[in-house]
Design a protein around this ligand. Sequence first.
Ligand SMILES: *[C@@H]1O[C@H](CO)[C@@H](O)[C@H](O)[C@H]1NC(C)=O
Ligand SMILES: *[C@@H]1O[C@H](CO)[C@@H](O)[C@H](O)[C@H]1NC(C)=O
Ligand SMILES: *[C@@H]1O[C@H](CO)[C@@H](O)[C@H](O)[C@H]1NC(C)=O
Length: 480
Amino acid sequence: MTSKQLHVAIISSPGIGHLLPVLLLGHRLATHHNLHVTILPVITTATSPALSQLLTSFTTNLSVIQIPAADISSISPPDASIVTQLCVMMRETIPAIRTTVSSMASRPHVLIGDIFATESWVIAEEFGIPKYVFVTGNAWFTGLFTYSPVLDMQIVGQYVDQKDPLEIPGCKPVRPEDVVDPMLNRDHETYGVYIKQAIGVALADGMLINTWEDLEPQSLDALRTNEILRSVINHKPVYTVGPVIKRHESHVLKNEVVEWLDKQPERSVIYVSFGSGGTISVEQMKELAWGLELSKQRFVWVVRPPTEQCSDGSFLKAGQSGGPDGCPSGPCGYLPQGFLTRTEKIGIVVSSWAPQVEILNHRSVVGFLTHCGWNSTLESITSGVPMIAWPLYAEQKMNATMLTEELKVAVRPEVLPTKKVVGREEVARMVMDLVEGEEGKGMKVRVNILKEDAKKAISENGSSYISVCKFVEDCWSRIK
Ligand SMILES: *[C@@H]1O[C@H](CO)[C@@H](O)[C@H](O)[C@H]1NC(C)=O
Ligand SMILES: *[C@@H]1O[C@H](CO)[C@@H](O)[C@H](O)[C@H]1NC(C)=O
Ligand SMILES: *[C@@H]1O[C@H](CO)[C@@H](O)[C@H](O)[C@H]1NC(C)=O
């Protein structure tokens, strides 16, 4: 490193979902902007094996100093939500982070933290360096998130019971049914943690958001120019750094799914996956299977065991095989009887991992039935693949709304899948619309435009590239 190289330290809270975007951002800053980047991942025993695997692909240009998470078993109620536990864990780990930062041979000029790392702002203050938050969600979410403390004062009663959409200054209003998880129940402990987190985020010296100008012009404009929203984020700058995403690498090892795709006609296959944590009910899985079969379209389905795997006796009867404890073993245990045989010519079912980026970039793939995690959403957009938006959790409902109503690159079931089982006819109709319908063609055109925009945004002199240059410039001016 040279004396003129900006050194940023990025703190990531535990969980691959937080660490991966942080690593990708770090990689981008190091390779495209020549920054010296140190990643400080807070790790728990549960995350460390997955972490070491992930880190091997990033070792070339990033320094990584792992920080063991504080043991919170004695202070956090065991039934606390994940959000609460993460916040408590990050708070209790501050002394360890402080020790690490102060013992670094070359002291960072700047601290960046994810939205769970806001308690670490004190460390930046102690060392007299600026602190920035990296929001891995999108700008519309950032608007809702940072404005939540105001909504908290304005709105009486539960958000989900409101008649009118929630107004976020300058942004598209948020439907009460679309609010993020922690806002679902204001009486729950998580809500208080969430509001505190939102206040912490606004105390950063600026925000880096995983989005780009052409994707969310309205929300970005609001965060930068709307006086009310500006005052909520203390008039701090907003930088776009997205899409921060894993690149498609064509040289990956051959995989069973990719080999199968190679043999299918161009633009003929629907890819179905609910993400690493996503599971659906037994009943929903059956309807989805019947729907795929009815549609007569080709598919790749990443099937994870249903939610109530062993609590619902009814599905065992329909299953074909049983494990030692009476639980079905493998997908044939919870898919409709004979489904695999009937669809063996047109579909492939994988039970765990599939190379998602490679699949989405395959010429045979025409659509993605997705849970709308921001990760998957970005991967689909940057691969030019239209979607069937199937949100599983509250966080994903805004994503689904944005994809279907604003960007118009996805179709979605009429009633939220979290509220009602989506029937087989509706599944079949959505799949057919996507593969064969006019709607599918329009979505394909729009998603390809976004794909090109995304590519431009992060390439040299693109909007996100320039935004990061501005960030670096602003950092230097705060340091001097
Ligand atoms: C995001 O996608 C990558 C694959 O590109 C996967 O390894 C990672 O676990 C995903 N993260 C989340 C939060 O789903
Ligand atoms: C989209 O979903 C992800 C979770 O997968 C979440 O982190 C992000 O904030 C969501 N965005 C919106 C606008 O809800
Ligand atoms: C980016 O902009 C700089 C300065 O205007 C210019 O010198 C450079 O050639 C541009 N790069 C590309 C790839 O357009």
